[in-house]
Design a protein around this ligand. Structure first.
Ligand SMILES: Cc1cc2nc3c(=O)[nH]c(=O)nc-3n(C[C@H](O)[C@H](O)[C@H](O)COP(=O)(O)OP(=O)(O)OC[C@H]3O[C@@H](n4cnc5c(N)ncnc54)[C@H](O)[C@@H]3O)c2cc1C
Length: 467
């Protein structure tokens, strides 16, 4: 007898759920049959004792309550930092996906936390709504994206977390906590960016806007000219960013603006494989001849790469297809420091001839008031560096990271960095508010792994206590 995909998923969820309830020795036996978990870049791995995909919130609450060892929620595994790895239970909301309800007057919508961002555009369009801004990709889940303060670019636009007006958290003891600005406001404030350390977010209520079309234009220009002109470019475009080509004087500029023109230029869904291959080829063959390398990169950027214009529904235009894997470090610095920081990074890469070829991404994000948000209390410039996934990133990232520190940088929670609680705490004025919320919701440290213990300064030998 054949099974539908849904029946298969439900059965699988049940079997995996049962594995979580087995005694430790039985779990060890099960482990032999459990597939290794890897993040998108492949740099983070773990072998969880159980992988759970509960069919509903009741099953999720029972799984959390009965779990032996740590519990880590996982979305689409698109974080570079080791937020997810655990040898305990990995919980996915793959079965809790889609639009739950909406309010046409307030332009708000309630969505299951496991919904991939790529599955929001069409249902939102049907109810006349849209996300005000989007990140570079749409592969993340909604709960995963808000948990790390995922963002796009635009001086008037905050992160996804800043659009959250309510959410439901399933806590360490299996309780469902509905919170917003009126109900459990302290938990709500902290839970908008929580790294999965407060519980599992099952439902999210978003403040959307009316659906709209977006016009996207890309062009190559001298990096220094773009930096000089940045205040105007940021002011005059809804969404603006640059991607600076390493070891060259060129950057790709991208401007995206709301348009009322018809959707006559559908976005091509091509990925970045060919362009990255070209940059990689030049890097491989001409690294030791910087002048030739710079000249070839300039020629390639101006004459061999094309970037078709797009004018289509916003959710089709915002996201890119990233089919070349990499590892990434991103820091958020005060907006005014952006140009100086970018110049210093590019200079360092040139002078040290650092071995990398994936462009640097430079964006702006509006300030918010969320305790653990990288954008808390300040308008921000974000700068990201990348390393091709087959190349070691440690040396390159270690050379650049101190430059971010000089500019009062806060690391993106979902990306690679080397900071621990001692260095992170002074960067966040509301740090203690978050720690207090975490301690009250999960005193036993059920939702912690080694990385989170290091970030929050919590000793592994004394769950819940500060080291
Ligand atoms: C190619 C690429 C492009 C990217 N572009 C951007 C970008 O433009 N802007 C940006 O800001 N970031 C970007 N990122 C980073 C990415 O958006 C974040 O790391 C995001 O958190 C990943 O979401 P995810 O669904 O994959 O979650 P995961 O990586 O699986 O998990 C992220 C965090 O969320 C927690 N979590 C997941 N589900 C839940 C839940 N239901 N309840 C509670 N906690 C949960 C996890 O425990 C973990 O702490 C990019 C990453 C990649 C690989």
């Amino acid at each position: 007898m054949s099974m539908t995909r849904r029946e298969w998923l439900k059965t699988t969820a049940g079997v995996l759920g049962a594995a979580a309830l087995l005694p430790r020795s039985a779990c060890a036996a099960e482990r032999e049959r459990i597939v290794v978990w890897r993040n998108w870049s492949g740099a983070q791995t773990c072998i969880p004792a159980a992988r759970l995909a509960p069919a509903n919130e009741e099953a999720l609450a029972a799984a959390i309550r009965n779990a032996v060892g740590a519990v880590r929620p996982v979305g689409s595994a698109h974080s570079f930092a080791p937020l997810v790895p655990t040898d305990g239970s990995l919980i996915s909301l793959g079965n809790l996906s889609g639009l739950i309800s909406h309010d046409p007057q307030k332009l708000q919508a309630e969505i299951w936390g496991g919904t991939p961002m790529s599955q929001l555009g069409e249902p939102f369009k049907k109810i006349g709504q849209a996300l005000p801004n989007m990140a570079d990709i749409d592969y993340q889940t909604l709960a995963g994206a808000i948990s790390t303060s995922t963002h796009g670019s635009g001086v008037k636009f905050g992160s996804y977390s800043s659009n959250v007006v309510g959410l439901r958290l399933i806590t360490a003891n299996g309780d469902a906590l509905d919170c917003d600005a009126q109900n459990h406001p302290d938990v709500f404030s902290a839970a908008r960016v929580s790294l999965g350390a407060l519980g599992v977010v099952t439902r999210v209520r978003l403040q959307n806007r009316s659906s709209f079309r977006l016009h996207r234009r890309d062009w190559m220009q001298d990096t220094e000219e773009l930096i000089e002109d940045m205040p105007r470019l940021m002011r005059e475009n809804d969404h603006f960013e640059i991607n600076s080509i390493l070891h060259s004087d060129l950057s790709l500029a991208t401007a995206q603006n709301e348009t009322h023109d018809p959707a006559t230029l559908p976005k091509e869904q091509g990925g970045d494989r060919d362009k990255v291959a070209l940059l990689r080829g030049i890097n491989t063959h001409y690294r030791d001849s910087p002048r030739i390398q710079a000249a070839l990169l300039s020629f390639a950027g101006k004459h061999l790469m094309s970037f078709p214009e797009a004018r289509d529904d916003s959710y089709k235009v915002f996201p890119s297809v990233r089919d070349v894997r990499f590892n990434e470090m991103e820091y958020s610095i005060p907006a005014a420091a952006g140009p100086a920081c970018l110049r210093e990074i590019l200079k360092k890469i040139r002078e040290q001839n650092l071995d990398s070829f994936i462009p640097i991404e430079y964006r702006y994000v509006r300030a918010d008031d969320i305790p653990l948000s990288m954008f808390q209390g300040r308008d921000t410039c974000t700068i990201s560096i990348h390393q091709y996934y087959e190349m070691d990133y440690h040396e390159y990232f270690a050379q650049i990271e101190p430059i971010f520190w000089k500019y009062d940088g806060r690391p993106h929670w979902g990306k690679l960095h080397s900071l621990n609680a001692r260095l992170l705490a002074p960067l966040y004025p509301k740090w203690k508010d978050f720690l207090a919320a975490r301690e009250s919701l999960d005193p036993g440290g059920k939702f912690l792994n080694a990385h989170l213990r290091s970030i929050f300064g919590i000793d592994a030998t004394a769950p819940g206590s500060k080291s």
